[in-house]
Design a protein around this ligand. Structure first.
Ligand SMILES: [Mg+2]
Length: 184
């Protein structure tokens, strides 16, 4: 299973959540699979998907999902400590760990060698850290959303990306419709 297939499998249970999606091809894949107002496609701020998701979750009772990548989390490891120490019950960090920088040509990241993001998250103090295969991710996400357990899910998938066009939404339109779905 690659990232496109993982996102495709998760889309049905993202409908009632607020989704922050990592910059680049992950956002293009989510947009192409299913575009909804509750999706925030990052157009900048590389590395900050988990931080934006955490910040949002502290301001709303709605479930917030950060659809992160391994390369992005490796750029911003300090975010895991903030997530652990604030630990809002409505926040789930999903790290789609394909061991590569998918948006820049699939260069290998250190998670394809010795680095375990699940172990780093546990060391940061996150209580419920689950490492799983891509295929098991949907069921696990459904469980933690239902139980409202703050969680980090490291979903191990294969590298590879779909060739897709850029998202044809103006940033202000994207911001306003996402704001509306936060308030709705
Ligand atoms: Mg990656």
């Amino acid at each position: 299973m690659n990232r496109y297939q993982l996102i495709e499998s998760l889309v049905p249970i993202l409908e009632d959540t607020l989704v922050i999606c990592n910059i680049g091809i992950p956002s293009q894949e989510l947009f192409s699979i299913c575009d909804r107002d509750n999706h925030f496609y990052m157009l900048g701020s590389m590395g900050l998907c988990s931080s934006i998701g955490l910040g949002l979750s502290l301001t709303t009772k709605k479930s917030v999902i950060a659809l992160e990548g391994d390369g992005s989390v490796l750029m911003n490891l300090g975010s895991l400590a903030t997530i652990a120490n604030r630990s809002p019950e409505n926040f789930v960090l999903i790290i789609m760990d394909n061991g590569s920088y998918g948006s820049t040509g699939d260069q290998a990241t250190y998670t394809s060698e010795s680095t375990s993001l699940a172990m780093i998250a546990r060391g940061a103090g996150c209580d419920n850290v689950i490492e799983c295969s891509g295929i098991d991710t949907k069921e696990l996400l459904g469980d933690v959303l239902q139980q409202r357990v703050p969680s980090v899910i490291v979903s191990k998938i294969d590298p590879g990306s779909q060739p897709l066009p850029v998202i044809p939404l103006h940033p202000i339109i994207l911001r306003e419709r996402f704001r509306s779905s936060i308030k709705s």
